[in-house]
Design a protein around this ligand. Structure first.
Ligand SMILES: C[S@@+](CC[C@H](N)C(=O)[O-])C[C@H]1O[C@@H](n2cnc3c(N)ncnc32)[C@H](O)[C@@H]1O
Length: 196
């Protein structure tokens, strides 16, 4: 209970300092996280990547669903939240990268995640950044892999449709505010993010 409160305060402090970068006043609800993770085969993944881990709303549930020998690389740009996440989840399968999701290709090298999970606020990030992150993510995704995206605005749908041949959508109505969830597969050949 106390740690829940301190996480919410940490999240809120980060929002007050960087409202457009954090994009929400509260972490994602457990219900929306469960709805989102049900859209991909997380237990079968060897490598999972999380973009914008925050205080770990998705990180703990991902680790609980993942195989004992799978790995999770979580990007979080806010050093205080990244440190808190490492302290909260000392799981050997987890690597928390304090840095931008924009560097996903450089950090992963030749590795290809089967599942990428993002709650980044794409529509409020600095101009062009959200699009670059999506393109680079499409580029690193394993063949047959899925990018799961949580958004509060439907504006991202056009970019997702431009980059991926298959975009499945559902709404998680009990989150505050209601969350729109996307599962994106099959990067379009020739699109900026298509695998080389
Ligand atoms: C809406 S919050 C989501 C946090 C958490 N995943 C959740 O669902 O509660 C967005 C998070 O993305 C982080 N973030 C924003 N831009 C980022 C970037 N370029 N790279 C990595 N993390 C970023 C913010 O610091 C914030 O923690």
């Amino acid at each position: 209970m106390r740690s829940d409160l301190s996480e919410r305060l940490l999240f809120l402090r980060s929002f007050v300092a960087h409202p457009r970068r954090v994009g929400a006043v509260l972490p994602t609800s457990g219900r929306a996280v469960a709805d989102m993770l049900a859209m991909a085969d997380v237990p079968a993944a060897r490598l999972v990547v999380e973009l914008g881990a925050g205080t770990g709303s998705h990180t703990g549930p991902l680790l609980r669903r993942m195989a004992p020998d799978a790995r999770l690389v979580a990007f979080e740009i806010d050093p205080a939240m990244a440190d808190a996440l490492r302290a909260k989840l000392p799981d050997p399968r987890l690597t928390v990268v304090t840095g931008s999701a924009e560097d996903v290709a450089e950090v992963l090298g030749d590795e290809r995640p089967e599942v990428v999970v993002s709650a980044l606020p794409f529509t409020s990030l600095p101009h062009g950044l959200g699009r670059r992150i999506l393109e680079r993510t499409a580029q690193v995704l394993a063949p047959g892999g899925a990018l799961l995206v949580l958004q509060y605005s439907p504006l991202i749908a056009r970019d997702l449709g431009r980059l991926f041949a298959s975009v499945q959508r559902r709404v998680s109505p009990l989150n505050v505010p209601p969350a729109v969830l996307y599962a994106c597969r099959d990067p379009r050949p020739g699109a900026p993010g298509a695998p080389r």
